[in-house]
Design a protein. Structure first.
Length: 348
């Protein structure tokens, strides 16, 4: 490797592609062809998240390295050229972690208010995730509502490269302050309110890590059909291959493949409710119409089959023959983690 290599951080341009980044920094079509054949970037990884990538270039310009960080997963994706050679690799990163506390006031959109304090779409949306099981924050918040976020910052040596999890949140809702704490458990984690176990909700979360990308809406702009139509469920955004669990014990009503839903499973539960699982990568053995399933049993894995743009689970709930907002009927943790949630909540 060249001895003199300059380093700088560059913000992603909106809508930028990997090919565009390579081209911008002197990677020829030959270099790009070699790299894109083995492109390690996972499907759906956003390059327009407001954070930055690292560029290292030698004085003679013959060597260049682009490092794209996935801070929440402790990974980086490295793309390099050296003369006519080029390649890429995935690195597990021992990022340094420091805690930071940020305070602010909401004047307008809560997402924008948070982004003004921490320029990260990841953090802004995770803040919303902390309350999405309880409130529609944009409708509930009053102008000037104060918020607090305690979060992880991640460092590559002396360089701040991104953010990890939000560890604690607080937001003013009227005269009350609503707090949430993040609890990790094997395979995932969730935000909890120590005073609410959601014991009155009949179903469990169908995934271990709750990252909500789309809510239940009467009219939502469909990203593929390019028109407004009902979104009768909630989307959990997760990497392809992540486990999907039954939200409650019951009997499989239908399973298989449909053009829009992709691989899907529908379960009828003892309480008369039905749960729907769409866009699955695969369906687990033994999951077929008429089969009995246990609470928390693996149904398959997260995929992007049917009408889909990136890996996620479209999860829907039907009650008395009508689709309802799933977030009002499921606990914010899976069946297999209920004891861990209870134990950790006692320490908060």
């Amino acid at each position: 490797m060249p001895k003199k290599v300059a380093k700088r951080f560059i913000e992603f341009k909106r809508g930028e592609t990997l090919y565009g980044i390579l081209n911008r920094h002197g990677f020829t079509s030959h270099h790009s062809s070699l790299i894109l054949k083995q492109n390690p970037l996972p499907k759906g990884l956003s390059l327009s998240n407001g954070e930055a990538y690292r560029l290292r270039v030698s004085g003679d310009k013959k060597f260049a390295e682009i490092k794209i960080y996935d801070a929440p997963k402790d990974l980086s994706y490295v793309f390099w050229r050296n003369g006519s050679a080029a390649g890429s690799l995935i690195k597990n990163e021992p990022f340094g972690i420091k805690e930071r506390v940020v305070r602010g006031e909401v004047r307008g959109s809560p997402l924008n208010a948070i982004y003004q304090k921490i320029p990260s779409q990841w953090i802004a949306h995770r803040f919303m995730d902390a309350y999405t099981f309880d409130y529609n924050l944009p409708k509930r918040l009053q102008r000037g509502a104060k918020f607090k976020i305690r979060l992880e910052t991640k460092w590559d040596g002396e360089d701040l490269i991104g953010y990890g999890e939000i560890l604690e949140t607080a937001i003013e809702l009227g005269s009350a302050v609503e707090r949430r704490f993040y609890i990790r458990y094997p395979g995932g984690g969730t935000f909890v309110d120590p005073g609410n176990s959601y014991a009155d909700r009949p179903l469990f979360a169908p995934v271990s890590y709750l990252r909500v990308s789309s809510l239940f809406e009467a009219r939502r702009f469909h990203p593929i059909k390019q028109r407004k139509q009902p979104h009768l469920g909630v989307d959990f955004e997760l990497p392809e291959g992540t486990d999907i669990f039954a939200a409650e014990s019951g009997r499989v009503l239908r399973s298989g493949f449909q053009r829009a839903s992709g691989n899907f499973v529908v379960i009828q539960h003892k309480n008369g409710m039905e749960s729907y699982y769409n866009h699955m990568l695969n369906i687990a053995p033994g999951i077929y119409p008429g089969a009995r399933v246990d609470n928390g049993q693996k149904l398959g894995e997260i995929g992007c089959t049917g009408y889909c743009t990136k890996g996620h689970l479209h999860f829907a709930v039907k009650k008395r023959g009508r689709f309802v907002d799933p977030l009002r009927y499921i606990k914010n943790y899976p069946y297999r983690s209920q004891k861990l949630i209870s134990l950790n909540s006692e320490d908060l």
